[in-house]
Design a protein around this ligand. Structure first.
Ligand SMILES: Nc1ncnc2c1ncn2[C@@H]1O[C@H](COP(=O)(O)OP(=O)(O)O)[C@@H](O)[C@H]1O
Ligand SMILES: [Mg+2]
Length: 424
């Protein structure tokens, strides 16, 4: 923290003049991006006596709806970034799309950027990330840059199996990722991406048992904290479910994944939350898919299922506070995303929620204040297992999972997956 208010506030018991007598004396974090991650970070800021300032593109964005301190502007506009940063103790992110050059200018002007641009680039550019992790000895799939279509053939000969084509930058929720069925489709994808003028990455398609995520946080002081490693379930490139902790995960592999997360955070100098998306291979190893340096979909379960949520932890980390306890509250917590249905239900969301609460009082709902559109992330539901269950009990886990999915599906579609008719 750069300001005297922080240090003085702690040491100031004997002072006659209270150092934090005005609200503005509490630490101020500015977050670039006004999406749901900023909205939920603001929620955590309130409990800490803070207000999150957000840079949003428009006043109706998720986070702009709820925080009084909104700067309207684009994350690619240096002046807007400067306005967001003015007087903030730390500048951080709800997405990773701010150009490195702009962040470096802010740093040169004295802004505390967390995570710093030289760390963040590993969450922005999959090619930079792959090269650096390979250098660090972290497990990664075979990869290569494609600068021309013919590179596909050379790479295919090397990996002898299906290929994934990705844009190095700008992808999210599966956009900019092609799981090619054959060489022709891989060549075609490379051609299309290159024609857009972006860098292209080829990867072996990992034969996997499932996807995992290791979520950790690191503070500038160097403290690290890891939540239990989770299983993530993706549909059409979008995370739809998270099981925390990952059921039936080998204890050694879980330790290895958590250590990997903490080590990557240290080696790259990450400040804040780091999500390491992982694949568990068929032969029982882990490889890194990609990195995110912000609160992440794989950590939404922590809002209700862990002693410290990822949003609070992110604030603590970027303000260099001691980190919070990451212990889970229940033997299993399942998060299910509420995605916009293809056909918006006739019943309003408000009414759907009313029915949900009537039937499932244990469902913890988080809505993002977004309009309903097909496939859009509108919110999520967290469901905690009862305290006496065990993550090793398949029936228990399946029951919690079924309830989380049933609740989220109801909010999306206005239909009960088990055919319940409301008791009529
Ligand atoms: N090398 C790979 N092998 C197998 N599946 C992959 C590979 N890379 C990506 N995928 C699948 O595509 C999804 C999206 O890829 P990812 O690189 O994480 O893109 P995004 O930036 O959209 O999250 C992954 O979650 C995984 O399901
Ligand atoms: Mg991903």
């Amino acid at each position: 923290m750069q300001v005297a208010a922080g240090a003085g506030g702690r040491a100031g018991r004997d002072n006659i003049t209270p150092v934090r007598s005005t609200p503005s004396a509490s630490p101020l974090v500015a977050m670039i991006g006004g999406g749901q991650l900023a909205r939920m970070t603001h929620q955590a800021a309130i409990a800490l006596g803070q207000t999150l300032r957000v840079l949003a593109v428009s006043p109706d964005e998720s986070a702009a709806q709820v925080t009084p301190d909104v700067v309207i502007g684009a994350h690619t506009d240096l002046d807007a970034l400067r306005r967001a940063a003015a007087g903030a103790d730390a500048l951080t992110f709800d997405h990773e799309h701010v150009p490195t050059e702009l962040l470096e200018k802010l740093v040169a002007e004295g802004v505390t950027v967390h995570p710093p641009p030289q760390a963040l680039v590993h969450a922005q550019d999959k090619l930079v990330m792959r090269r650096r992790l390979a250098e660090l000895g972290a497990p990664v799939p075979a990869f290569a840059e494609a600068v021309e279509i013919a590179d596909v053939d050379a790479f295919a000969a090397r990996v002898d199996g299906p290929i994934v084509v990705k844009t190095a930058r700008g992808g999210y929720d599966g956009k900019g990722v092609t799981l090619a069925r054959d060489l022709a489709e891989a060549r075609d994808a490379v051609g299309r991406y290159l024609a857009d003028g972006v860098q292209v990455l080829l990867e072996e398609r990992v034969a996997m048992r499932r996807e995992l995520a290791a979520l950790v946080a690191r503070s500038p002081f160097g403290q690290g904290a890891a939540w239990p490693v989770v299983q993530t379930v993706q549909r059409d490139g979008i995370c739809v479910e998270v099981l925390a902790p990952a059921p039936a995960l080998d204890a050694d592999l879980a330790r290895e994944a958590a250590h990997l997360g903490l080590r990557v955070a240290d080696d790259l100098g990450v400040v804040g939350v780091l999500a390491v998306e992982l694949f568990e291979t068929l032969d029982g190893a882990i490889v890194v898919n990609e990195l995110a340096m912000r609160p992440h979909n794989s950590g939404h379960w922590t809002m209700d299922g862990a002693r410290t949520s990822q949003f609070e932890q992110h604030l603590r980390a970027v303000l260099d506070f001691p980190l919070g306890d990451t212990a889970p509250i229940a033997p299993v917590t399942v998060m299910a995303n509420v995605l916009g249905a293809a056909q918006q239900p006739a019943m309003s969301m408000d009414e759907r929620m009313h029915h949900l609460f009537g039937r499932m009082p244990e469902a913890k709902v988080h809505l993002y204040g977004k309009g309903e559109r097909a496939g859009r992330k509108l919110g999520h539901v967290n469901m905690l297992g009862h305290p006496h269950g065990s993550i090793d009990d398949e029936t228990y886990v399946a029951n919690v999972r079924e309830r989380a999915v049933r609740a989220a599906h109801w909010l999306s579609h206005g239909e009960w997956t088990d055919g319940w008719d409301g008791g009529h």
